[in-house]
Design a protein around this ligand. Structure first.
Ligand code: OSB
Ligand code: MG
Length: 368
C-alpha cells in the first residue's frame, strides 16, 4: 500500500488517580497518537511516552522530533507491502523505540484492515482469552495500599504487582501477605536497588513473590545474574530488555527467569514477537507489561498477549483503571481479570476521533 498521509496528535488526558513509582509520579498521560492513511484506510498507533525521561530516555518531544523529522519522511509516498519494508526504511534510526512503536502499530493496524483480519491473528496469536493483573503504584500509607489492593481483588484481577523503592518494600509486602494470604503477588522496583541491598532481597524470599521485577540498574544484565543466584524469588527483567539482543544476552547470562515484554520499550510488535519466540524456545515465560496506555496502545498489548508463551497475567487492565473516558469504543473491560479477545478486523476496538480531538493539544500533518 502507498502511504498517503501521516498525522501526529499529542493527546493529554488526566489519570483517574496519580501513579507513583520509584522514579516519579504522574497525574496525566501525554501520548502521541499516530494516524497513517493508505489505500482508503486509516491505521492508528500510540507512542506511550512518559512526561520525564525517568523510565526510558524518550519523552513526547523526542518522539515527536523523531517521528516528524525522520520516520514520516522515510515512508511518505512510498509503497509498503509488509512490516519488513517499514523496518528496512526506518533502520537508519537507532533507538527511539517508543517513537517507532507508534508508527509500526499504525501499519500493523492498516495491514489487519486490508486483510480483513483481527490484528492478533496477523501476529500469530492463539489465546482467545487473556488474563490480567494490576500494577499498584506507591501509596501514602500501608492502610491505603491495602484498601486499593482489596478493591482490585474484588474486581477479580489475577495478580497484584506493587511498586517498591527503598523504604517502601519489606513492610508493604509483609502487610499484604498478612491481610490477603497467598494472593499472587509480585514487586516492581524500576531499578531502585543495587547488589548492596542483597539482605533486603533475602528477607523478601520467604514471602514467595511470583517474581521481583527490575531490581537493579536499567541497563544491567550481569549483576542481575549474580542476584538471581543468591535468591529464590525469580528475577523478571523489564527496563534491561531494550531489544532482542539484550533478551539473548539475559538468557545466556541467566540474568532472569521471566521477561516482561512491552512493545513500546522494544521498538514495536515485530521485535516483541521475536523476543516472545526466543523466550519460548528457552522456556522463559513472558507477560505483557504496560505504559499506562490509552486504548490504542492497550488494544495492541491485548493482541500481543494472545501469543502462546504469554502464560503469566499481564499489566493490561481495564480502561477505567486509568482514564475516565478512553479513546476507543468499546472501552476495554476485564471481567474477573479476563478478557475475550475481539474477533473484529483491526485492533478489535474502534478509535474515537471525537474523544481524541477533545484531548489533543498539538497536531502535525505530512501529506503526500
Ligand atoms: O515498570 O512496568 C513498569 C508504568 C509506567 C512506567 C513503567 C511501568 C509502569 C507500570 C504500570 O508498572 C503498567 C500499566 O499498568 O500500564
Ligand atoms: Mg516494570
Amino acid at each position: 500500500m502507498k502511504i498517503e498521509r501521516i498525522e501526529l496528535h499529542l493527546v493529554n488526558m488526566p489519570l483517574v488517580k496519580p501513579f507513583e513509582t520509584s522514579f516519579g509520579r504522574e497525574d496525566r498521560e501525554v501520548h502521541i497518537i499516530v494516524k497513517i492513511y493508505a489505500d482508503g484506510l486509516i491505521g492508528y498507533g500510540e507512542s506511550p511516552v512518559g512526561q520525564t525521561p525517568g523510565y526510558a530516555y524518550e519523552t513526547g518531544e523526542t518522539a515527536w522530533h523523531i517521528q516528524s523529522e525522520f520516520l514520516a519522511p522515510a515512508i511518505i509516498n512510498r509503497e509498503i507491502s509488509d512490516i519488513e519494508d517499514f523496518l528496512k526504511m526506518t533502520a537508519p534510526v537507532r533507538g527511539h523505540h517508543f517513537a517507532k512503536h507508534g508508527f509500526e502499530c499504525a501499519l500493523w493496524h492498516l495491514f489487519s484492515l486490508q486483510q480483513n483480519k483481527p490484528l492478533y491473528q496477523l501476529l500469530g496469536g492463539t489465546q482467545k482469552i487473556i488474563r490480567s493483573g494490576v500494577s499498584v503504584g506507591i501509596q501514602k500509607s500501608i492502610a491505603e495500599l491495602l484498601g486499593v489492593i482489596g478493591d482490585f481483588l474484588d474486581e477479580g484481577y489475577k495478580r497484584i504487582k506493587i511498586k517498591i523503592k527503598p523504604g517502601w518494600d519489606f513492610e508493604p509486602v509483609k502487610a499484604i501477605r498478612e491481610k490477603f494470604g497467598d494472593v499472587p503477588l509480585m514487586a516492581d522496583a524500576n531499578s531502585a536497588y543495587s547488589l548492596q541491598d542483597i539482605s533486603l532481597f533475602r528477607e523478601l524470599d520467604p514471602f514467595s513473590l511470583m517474581m521481583i521485577e527490575q531490581p537493579l540498574h536499567y541497563q544491567d544484565l550481569t549483576q542481575h545474574a549474580q542476584l538471581q543466584k543468591q535468591i529464590k524469588t525469580p528475577v523478571c527483567l523489564d527496563e534491561s530488555i531494550a531489544g532482542v539482543a539484550m533478551a539473548e544476552a539475559a538468557i545466556a547470562l541467566k540474568s532472569c527467569k521471566i521477561i516482561n515484554i512491552k512493545p513500546a520499550r522494544v521498538g514495536g510488535l515485530t521485535k516483541a514477537k521475536q523476543i516472545h519466540d526466543l523466550c519460548q524456545n528457552n522456556r522463559i515465560p513472558v507477560w505483557c507489561g504496560g505504559m499506562l496506555e490509552m486504548g490504542i496502545g492497550r488494544a495492541c498489548n491485548i493482541a500481543l498477549s494472545t501469543l502462546p508463551n504469554f502464560t503469566l497475567p499481564g499489566d493490561v487492565s481495564s480502561s477505567k483503571k486509568y482514564f475516565h473516558r478512553d479513546i476507543i469504543n468499546p472501552e476495554i473491560l476485564f471481567e474477573n481479570g479476563e478478557l475475550t479477545v475481539p474477533e473484529e478486523p483491526g485492533l478489535g476496538f474502534i478509535p474515537d476521533d471525537a474523544v481524541i480531538a477533545k484531548f489533543t493539544e498539538n497536531r502535525w500533518v505530512l501529506s503526500g
